[in-house]
Design a binder for this molecule. Structure first.
Ligand code: AMP
Length: 497
């Protein structure tokens, strides 16, 4: 059995109905159970008053019911808005509000909760499969609307080109609020495979987690390169323990050459695919298989070539993407849509990525970083201005800004926050540290720091909360009146330890 993503229907109903479809953190579902549960879920959604094109937020973390709800939404024509429990309550509510969701389905409680008061109206765009919220530079997350046609193209590409094999068993670990995870969701549905959902707590368990992966017989590893890098420390991350693992499918951030080489050495017979693309173009747009010759030839791993039915080119240094897999637009953000979306020569939707690109004569593409303040931290997409806005809201703060610290290979490792005290607010007495040459005062270890971190954590997911906070007299501004992050980084580097 599998799901035809063009028509959003289960098909091939009598083929292996008892094979596993979803191994959730809590229970396993066969294809027949997934089919029955998803239909039952869609019926409950109708009883709850949800009609076609009304967005539904799904809240939870790796429960089988989360997967069922996504499939139920597909069947009922409801755009789903996946929200992992990683999101603090305030952000979750804000996303529900921006999406004007008709309901929030709580996967852990298996319960429909009310959506936005006065919400629940159908989206202007029809047949949107999901709305993925990503970090927004105004301080609010922004919703990317992905249509059914885009999802069908993703599934076609995966089935036709990735060499997934029959009934692939996907290792899913990325939160469903990160679009990387849509690889496993739609890959499983389109192939009649298995999706193994791994909760954070299970992953933290190291050896026991790898045993469960071996037991599930995973064949396709999907993650960011950072996540795979962390696993190299574990003995269980080896072909001896994971003999059926045949493919690494990476996306979401640059794949460092050093990591690719280590993986080639540890898993000599597994294939590695590097894929690239923003959420705005349905998970990924370019791809390339990584082998030793390619690694020897390039100091930086290329992002490859455009997937079928899409075009990728470099315009004025910026990577642009066209095709039916480009989003229908940011939800209720005509300002952003006007600058980021356009139509290409053949009338297809096109998107300006904000990535600096380079294309060789033979068409091979490279991503050389960003033109703006968007970063990737452990694969999570973060607009630095969204963190700035959260710092601005701290009590007693006039303005805030953050910088990112990087490894020599350019990988982001952590965020440092800076705040300018509001006029009349005295220096925090419990803060520790000494004033640096720029008049900055470190807030480390003292109660004040703990409070600030807690308050930020109410608004931002944990991966967006800076690890250090520094109070300064005046935030440096550049000539065009923007926060001068370079100057902040120089301050930081010059601060006494
Ligand atoms: P997201 O929307 O979270 O998937 O993030 C998309 C951004 O991550 C892209 O615009 C790139 O900046 C970066 N990115 C994604 N995949 C790759 C890759 N394979 N190599 C380099 N950068 C990547």
């Amino acid at each position: 059995m599998h799901v035809d993503l063009s028509s959003a229907c289960f098909t091939d109903l009598t083929h292996r109905p008892d094979a596993p479809a979803v191994i959730g953190a809590d229970r396993t579902l066969t294809w027949q159970q997934l089919h029955d549960d998803a239909h039952a879920w869609a019926a409950r959604a109708r009883v709850a008053g949800l009609t076609a094109d009304v967005p539904v937020a799904i809240y939870g973390h790796k429960e089988a019911a989360f997967f069922v709800a996504m499939v139920g939404c597909l069947l009922a024509g409801l755009p789903f808005v996946p929200i992992d429990t990683l999101y603090p309550r305030e952000r979750m509510l804000r996303v529900v509000e921006i999406a004007r969701a008709g309901a929030v389905y709580d996967a852990a409680a298996d319960d429909f909760l009310p959506g936005t008061p006065g919400g629940g109206t159908p989206l202007a765009e029809k047949n949107v499969t999901y709305v993925m919220f990503t970090s927004g530079s105004t301080g609010d997350p922004k919703g990317v609307q992905i249509g059914r046609e885009s999802v069908a193209l993703l599934a076609e590409w995966m089935r036709g080109c990735f060499g997934l094999g029959d009934a692939p068993v996907f290792m899913n670990q990325a939160p469903f609020s990160f679009d990387l995870s849509m690889y496993e969701v739609f890959g499983t549905l389109a192939t009649g495979g298995v999706c193994v959902l791994n909760a954070r707590e299970r992953i933290a368990n190291g050896a026991a987690w790898f045993e469960s992966l071996a037991e599930a017989g995973i064949t396709v590893w999907v993650s960011t390169p950072s996540f795979a890098h962390q696993q190299l420390l574990h003995a269980g991350f080896s072909p001896e323990h994971l003999p059926s693992l045949k493919l690494f499918l990476f996306c979401g951030e640059p794949l460092p050459v050093a990591l690719a080489k280590k993986l080639r050495a540890r898993f000599p017979s597994a294939r590695i695919l590097n894929t690239y693309g923003p959420t705005e173009a349905t998970v990924a747009t370019t791809w390339i298989e990584i082998d030793d010759a390619l690694l020897a030839a390039h100091p930086q791993v290329p992002i490859g070539y455009a997937k079928p039915d899409s075009t990728v080119w470099v315009a004025g240094e910026e990577l642009c993407i066209a095709g039916d897999h480009v989003m229908r637009g940011y939800l209720n953000r005509p300002d952003l849509n006007a600058t980021k979306l356009f139509t290409d020569e053949s009338g297809r939707r096109a998107f300006r990525t904000g990535d600096v690109g380079e294309q060789r004569e033979d068409g091979l593409l490279f991503c050389r970083g960003r033109r703006d303040d968007q970063i990737k931290l452990n694969g999570y997409r973060i607009e630095l201005s969204e963190v700035d806005a959260a710092l601005d809201h701290l009590n007693g703060v006039r303005a805030g800004a953050c910088i990112v610290l990087r490894r020599p290979d350019g990988t982001a490792v952590r965020l440092i926050g800076f705040v300018e005290r509001a006029r009349g607010v005295k220096e925090c007495e419990s803060s520790m540290g000494s004033k640096g040459s720029a008049g900055a005062l470190h807030i480390q270890g003292a109660d004040a720091f703990g409070q600030w971190k807690r308050v930020l954590g109410e608004r931002l997911p944990v991966y967006m909360v800076p690890t250090e906070l520094i109070v300064c007299e005046n935030l440096p501004m550049s000539a065009n009146h923007k926060i001068d992050r370079k100057a902040l980084a120089a301050w930081y580097a010059a601060m006494p330890a």
